[in-house]
Design a protein around this ligand. Sequence first.
Ligand code: NAG
Ligand code: NAG
Length: 334
Amino acid sequence: MLQLGDDVTLYSLVFVLVLLGTRSPLWSTVLTVLVYLFLATFRFPQASTARARHVLRPDARAAGSGQVSVVAHRGGGHDAPENTIAAIREASKNGATGVELDLEFTADGIPILMHDEAVDRTTNGSGLLSRMKIFELSKLDAAAKHRLRNKFAGEKIPTLEEAVKECIKLQLIVYFDVKGHPDEAAAAFRDLYKKYPVLYNSSIVCSFEPKVIYRIRQSDPEVVTALTHRPWSLSYFGDGVPRFSSAWKHLWMMLLDIVLDWAHHHVLWRLCGISAFLIQKNFVSQEYVQYWAQRGVAVVAWTTNTNVEKEYYQEVLHINYITDSLVEDCEPHY
Ligand SMILES: *[C@@H]1O[C@H](CO)[C@@H](O)[C@H](O)[C@H]1NC(C)=O
Ligand SMILES: *[C@@H]1O[C@H](CO)[C@@H](O)[C@H](O)[C@H]1NC(C)=O
């Protein structure tokens, strides 16, 4: 019913916009039908509800109720050096349901865990990942810049496979965050899911980029996926500072932000057949959770870093959340 509602809105909008542009009812009809055919032909169905539930609410069965999942952001970057094996172990020890890990690639094409495109912020090395080979990276200290660097000294940058093996061993759910490289990522996941089929029931691939998710599902439609979104992300940084100093550029980007937000909520989610929507926490309300629930999509909030907030997302909204720390209140890591 509601999906029909979505469709009616979408096609009416296309029809009206084309009619305004061309003043031709014929063209409007033809283009609207083309959009319909495009979506009907190219969209991926959602992964099965049972599998999505396995991934998104693994604790619900054990607890017998709607227990939400607590996911450690970058493995829990406040409690241990982000995107490391130490972080994964720490998250497990502190009771996380899962970990969110960032996928990147070395110059020689090895999938590894790293959030940034350069190693400078987190390690004692310097330079772009795309210029460094795995043997150079393996010498770096991934704890070098962390507040607990003494406790975790000598921690290495893990490969994707090393990290996944640890998560499987500790029975953690994995939220893979993929920023780009759609083809390389699709190939890496194809190998990974083949070698470790348990991942179908215990991991979800997430991205800000719809084309990454689309590519992943093209390569393997069985994988559970999510889109990640922060409204106004094209015009503002995560901390609220405008990205562009030119007023025109800023306004133009805000306009694009409005279009992108609309597309996420009305078209892209269906095209990709996502099972969850990862959204910046400030944009979540009960109505918002309801909106997605009616579409069979679970909302996950990020990044929820204080106890008061955590209780709200857990007890009032009943949704999964991603946090930088399992043990104490902390500042967000952007
Ligand atoms: C980084 O730290 C590791 C471990 O302490 C050390 O072996 C390596 O030489 C250091 N690398 C640089 C570039 O300082
Ligand atoms: C995933 O879970 C389903 C349902 O519980 C089960 O039938 C299936 O064998 C599991 N698949 C893997 C690869 O573990």
